[in-house]
Design a protein around this ligand. Sequence first.
Ligand code: DHB
Ligand code: FE
Length: 290
Amino acid sequence: MARITAGVATSHVPAIGAALDLGKSADAYWAPVFKGYEFSKRWIAAAKPDVVILVYNDHATAFSLDLVPTFAIGCAASFTPADEGWGARPVPVVEGHPELADHIAQSVIQQDFDLTIVNRLDVDHGLTVPLSLMFGQPQAWPCRVIPIAVNVVLYPPPSGQRCYNLGKAIRRAVDSFDGDLNVQIWGTGGMSHQLQGPRAGLINREFDNAFLDRLIHDPQAQARVPHIEYVREAGSEGIELVMWLLMRGALDARVREVHRFYHVPASNTALGHLILENPAEPDGRGDPQA
Ligand code: DHB
Ligand code: FE
């Protein structure tokens, strides 16, 4: 059977991708950022996921503002790194897992979540920067990736509760897949940041760290926090954090915190990163409090 073994959360700041691609990762500004991922790279080399379900948001790259799905799943065999205005990042093409993606779509839609099926998708920094942070600069990405795109760009975004519940539905879908796969789920974006307006540059360390604590230990309480609270406390782009709740919903109620990292600044953001493992003995039911 397929099994979700771990969750990873990480910011997806585009300047991190540029720092890597332009050979600046050892610069004084960036070195502390990449240091926070040294353990993670060793951990994932040992964990060897077959598939990563990668929850991210498209930044008006593949989906123009003409058409913005709230939740979308990439079912294609491969996904090309997008040209976001200065050429595509020099990173490998992302290989999908159409069989598992189709199964998740079937299962999750039958659980009453309206996923948009995407059969062609260019993936932007929201998806490729987390891959770079976790895997470095390989010739080919070492696992398959199923993109789950969440709208946090155009008002209204889905609630944290909706994202958390979708994570649970995805968990049920993976648990019922007939195939022996080691699956991870990643949530990306965040932490506090605002890119525009009078509050541009906003950082809220207190909110961010309370969010990390609650995401790990009391995700149900965190799921109840309304989106306006994210905007107020973590800035307009802090709403990206609801994607971390989607990841968390797919894990067990009790998880093992394997790694936690928080650093300010990374471009305009507070950077956060977590690795959470499901217990070795799966309970097969996801969060028993659901
Ligand atoms: C920045 C951060 C983001 O998450 C993003 O999507 C775009 C820009 C930034 O800090 O510059
Ligand atoms: Fe973003």
